[in-house]
Design a protein around this ligand. Structure first.
Ligand code: NAD
Ligand code: IPM
Ligand code: MN
Length: 352
């Protein structure tokens, strides 16, 4: 098949992990007889520098026409002044919103060969296989914001329809997996969470009676996620809770550099990106872990292009590289580890 892939490297380690990932996709194309075109566009801080805005019209237009979008990361100290008029992160939020990508799937599956990199005891990690479905285009991220000299507000707002659609995505996913859904909220305090819980309960009862549902408050969830991670199958939650819980969950896998994501909406096009950021502390050194981005490319093959066998081949190649202890410095013992390019090469070699 032919696919037009829009590539948004962004800032910091973004260009490093994306340039490590494109050869993996090219190798997949070669091996399976596909043709992928890669068109690079600016987003984030680099777009502010070059065009004065974090999401230039040309980037959005290309994204709308693409079959899929691969993104690195945005942001960094250069653009982080609290009084800055525009911020890189606004570009990312705007493209998610403009494309209607309301469901952000973040799989958490600790790899047997990397368990030692996790701060959590290995016996708690064996068999852990979770997908967090994070609501991505609503909540406190997108409500009205105000700032005066003496105070600031961020409005958290959810509509019934916004909760329904993301719970439906999570319910459908749970049905294909182990049939268990955990809905996470703060219904003891927040009105938006009480709406969330009502809607989630109704949608699951009416449309997914075969899926078991449990509701969990986000504070205790943050604890249970580390103390009994095997208890979870699909977790669905609102935008900000999902953001925070998944960075926490990355410690089950051993590194933020291992967690991939797919941002999906009603259509086929999606944005595929690692859950981590631009990692300014290691940017420019060529040592970032590319596996999260490569695994995001696997999600791209599966969800936007429908290439399931190819997606599984990439995932198996990453697993094989981890089995061979091809670790970047975030996973390796102190003083050891390969660089970004070395890890990507190890994946390509194992693609067969
Ligand atoms: P971060 O995720 O960039 O980094 C957190 C820590 O994890 C750092 O120590 C970093 O070195 C490490 N890390 C992250 N990815 C890694 C990788 N692939 N390999 C090895 N180590 C890795 O979070 P932060 O420092 O809080 O944020 C930095 C910037 O990134 C901010 O501007 C933030 O807004 C932005 N950000 C962007 C995205 C995105 O583009 N989707 C996501 C999160 C944060
Ligand atoms: C993520 C990031 C973004 C978010 C930021 C950079 C806007 O942290 O993708 O997880 O909070 O959604
Ligand atoms: Mn985040």
């Amino acid at each position: 098949m032919h696919a037009d892939i829009v590539v948004l490297p962004g800032d910091g380690i973004g260009p490093e992990i994306v340039s490590a990932t494109l050869p993996v996709l090219a190798a997949v194309a070669k091996r399976y007889g596909h043709s992928f075109s890669f068109a690079e566009h600016d987003i984030g801080g680099i777009a502010i520098d070059r065009h004065g805005e974090p999401l230039p019209a040309a980037t959005l237009e290309a994204a709308r026409k693409a079959d899929a979008i691969l993104l690195g990361a945005v942001g960094g100290p250069k653009w982080s002044d609290p009084n800055a008029k525009v911020r890189p992160e606004q570009g990312l939020l705007a493209i998610r919103k403009a494309l209607g990508l309301f469901a952000n799937l973040r799989p958490v599956r600790p790899h047997a060969s990397a368990l030692g990199a996790s701060p959590i005891k290995s016996h708690l990690l064996e068999g852990v296989d979770i997908v967090v479905v994070r609501e991505l285009t609503g909540g406190i991220y997108f409500g009205d914001k105000n700032r005066s000299d003496t105070e600031a507000t961020d409005l958290c707002r959810y509509s019934v329809a916004e909760v329904e659609r993301v719970v439906r995505s999570a319910g459908a996913l749970a049905r294909q997996r182990r049939g268990h859904l955990t809905s996470v909220d703060k219904a003891n305090v927040l009105e938006t969470s009480r709406l969330w819980r009502d809607v989630a309960t109704r949608v699951m009862r009416e449309e997914f009676p075969d899926v078991t549902v449990e509701h969990q408050l986000v504070d205790s969830m943050a604890m249970h996620l580390l103390s009994r991670p095997r208890a979870y199958d699909v977790i669905v939650t609102e935008n900000m809770f999902g953001d925070i819980l998944t960075d926490e969950a990355s410690m089950l896998a051993g590194s933020l550099g291992l967690l991939a994501s797919a941002s999906l909406g009603a259509g086929k096009v999606g944005i595929y990106e690692p859950i981590h950021g631009s990692a300014p502390d290691i940017a420019g050194k060529g040592i970032a872990n590319p596996y999260a981005t490569i695994l995001s490319a696997a999600l791209l093959l599966r969800h936007s292009l429908g290439l399931v066998e190819e997606a599984e081949a990439v995932e198996a190649a990453v697993s094989a590289a981890l089995d061979a202890k091809v670790f970047t410095t975030d996973l390796a013992a102190p003083g050891q580890g390969v660089d970004t390019a070395g890890a990507a090469r190890a994946v390509i070699e194992r693609l067969g």
